[in-house]
Design a protein around this ligand. Structure first.
Ligand SMILES: Cc1ncc(COP(=O)(O)O)c(C=O)c1O
Length: 390
């Protein structure tokens, strides 16, 4: 490994996870959430893999910029990209108007633009409702007005009606989950009573899918679970039916090791070393997305348990191993921060008081992503023969 650190992505595991998801949710179409660079895994590589190797043809991103990037790199492939939060409808009307990029509309201002602007005439209508997340979304009380606005514009169907669960990391029987599912039913009934047909519906993110919640809808919207980890909190994880494995493994290199005495000051802030041991300096720091909040967490290497000590710096992290590790742990060793087993990343997230979503997403571009399967995607060339990089 010539790089100091590397995120190794095993696309065979993604393939396995997609197949396992098909067993958990056999009748549902998958809208795969690939926003934030596919949760840090490389959106273009993963979408490319899905288009060539799976039946997934619907993807979810947060911004119009992410959707444009997908369309530019895969101009001729048939797939739909849902843009969830940063729609920029006025600035991107031509782009949306080409079809296959679907804005998820969640307020009247955007709905007005969408229904009135002729560029959107042939763009599928997708509406998101707030049933308890209290973030973006229409309310049940808005249904009547939405129906009249649709009628004026000659629309009698909704391509995709959705809501989002706030507490899918909790048991399916939790009152918030039960309440949101119930509220979504009422919204669907209200549209159907107004003779609006619902072509697609969805409610479930990973935590819900793992527990079989919301599978009566046509679609599911998994993110985290396809990258591997369960999104249920530890206390309730036994309720999860998810057996996925972690697609990525974060590897780094030991730059140097030396024995150290208790109390010796370490790095910025000169934190006193908590005990005698072998100090290993890892080539990973917050410049790679390895946060200062990870201080105190444990790592395992060659059977020894190490602890992150001192302040994580921009390029390096200090890990204290027992002194007897001196005979085995050497500069140049590759250390796994998390691996493909399903527990590693979850344990690390729990220990550091964060969530796998954030750990994945915050890895910076300095950490190269490597893929074990050859991609079908060829870099495209523009009119001047310039490669369109990704
Ligand atoms: C609207 C929506 N649906 C689905 C998901 C996927 O969630 P998860 O990664 O927990 O499966 C997200 C992620 O934030 C989302 O915002």
């Amino acid at each position: 490994m010539s790089d100091r650190s590397r995120l190794q992505i095993d696309l065979n595991i993604l393939d396995e996870n997609i197949k396992k998801l098909g067993v958990l949710a056999p009748i549902n179409e998958i809208l795969f959430m690939v926003k934030a660079n596919a949760y840090g895994h490389g959106m273009l590589h993963l979408v490319d893999f899905c288009l060539s190797n799976s039946h997934i043809r619907e993807f979810g991103v947060a911004t119009c910029g992410e959707a444009r990037q997908l369309r530019e790199i895969f101009p001729t492939e048939h797939f739909a990209t849902y843009v969830f939060s940063d729609l920029a409808l006025e600035q991107n009307r031509d782009f949306y108007g080409q079809g296959s990029m679907i804005p998820v509309i969640s307020n009247f201002e955007d709905l007005n633009i969408f229904l009135i602007d002729s560029s959107y005439k042939n763009v599928p209508l997708c509406l998101k409702f707030n049933t308890g997340m209290n973030r973006l979304g229409f309310e049940l009380s808005h249904v009547e007005e939405i129906i009249s606005m649709m009628r004026v514009r000659g629309r009698s169907s909704i391509h995709h009606l959705m809501t989002h669960l706030s507490s899918a990391c909790m048991p399916a029987t939790n009152k918030r989950n039960v309440g949101q599912v119930e509220a979504f039913k009422n919204i669907k009934n209200a549209f159907e009573a107004g003779n609006i047909s619902l072509e697609r519906t969805s409610i479930s993110n990973s935590g819900a899918i793992e527990q079989g919640l919301g599978l009566e809808e046509t679609h599911i919207r998994p993110g985290l679970m396809l990258y591997g980890p369960s999104s249920l909190i530890k206390r309730y994880r036994s309720r999860s039916n998810w057996q996925g494995r972690t697609v990525s493994s974060l590897m780094t290199r030991i730059l140097q090791t030396f024995p150290i005495k208790k109390g010796t000051p370490i790095g910025y802030g000169a934190s006193p070393c908590p005990s005698e041991g072998l100090l290993a300096i890892l080539a990973l720091g917050y410049g790679d997305g390895f946060s200062t909040h990870f201080e105190g967490a444990h790592l395992f290497h060659k059977g020894y348990k190490g602890k992150i000590v001192g302040r994580v710096n921009m390029d390096m992290t200090h890990v204290l191993f027992p002194l007897e590790a001196e005979k085995d742990i050497r500069p140049g060793d590759q250390v796994e921060i998390w691996g493909h087993d399903k527990e590693g990343i979850l344990r690390f997230a729990e220990e550091t008081g964060t969530i796998p979503y954030e750990i994945f997403c915050q890895l910076t571009p300095r950490v190269p992503r490597s893929y074990n399967l050859k991609q079908s995607m060829m870099f495209k060339e523009d009119d001047h023969g310039k490669k369109l990089a990704y």
